[in-house]
Design a protein around this ligand. Structure first.
Ligand SMILES: [Zn+2]
Length: 162
């Protein structure tokens, strides 16, 4: 299911478990944030098709962290440069990263205009990511949440919405 967050920002939600996927259409490049789980491949392709976008049209793929339910369809985007916590200097200038370790060590949030893409660090209604998985760290996620409280944004776009 496609939800239009803004004129040029779309959220894809799926039937089966897996992260949300976001599409940001900049003037000259299409960006995807996270790719959900493998099980959602066909639905993701259908959603993109509905917006008249081929996977090859995506030139940047940003991963909020490396959990399987966020990276399952990376291989669809053959023309995309993959940006993770390790190469954030490659982000387009319209997007700003905020390093938010805690859920995983490589967790990163992205600010675009007044939208915060928060991965699995924070969710709607005060929810926050698990820290009981490998790489999880309770103290770090609280520090990261404090960091996010200082960020000005209007719309929260987390990695899972239900
Ligand atoms: Zn996760």
């Amino acid at each position: 299911m496609i939800i239009r967050i803004k004129q040029n920002v779309f959220q894809f939600n799926f039937q089966t478990f897996g992260s949300t996927v976001y599409l940001i259409k900049l003037a000259n490049q299409n960006i995807i944030i996270d790719t959900s789980s493998k099980e959602n491949k066909q639905e993701l392709l259908a959603d993109l098709k509905e917006l008249n976008i081929a996977p090859e049209d995506i030139v940047i793929l940003i991963l909020t962290h490396s959990h399987w339910d966020h990276v399952g369809n990376n291989d669809l985007f053959k023309n995309a440069k993959i940006i993770t916590n390790k190469n954030l200097d490659k982000l387009p200038k319209e997007l700003k990263p905020i390093q938010t370790p805690g859920h995983t060590q490589d967790s990163v949030c992205i600010i675009y205009k007044d939208i915060l893409f928060s991965g699995d660090t924070i969710f709607h209604e005060g929810g926050r990511g698990r820290t009981d998985l490998p790489e999880g760290n309770e103290k770090q996620i609280f520090e990261s949440i404090e960091k996010l409280k200082k960020v000005k944004y209007k719309t929260l776009c987390p990695g899972h919405i239900n």
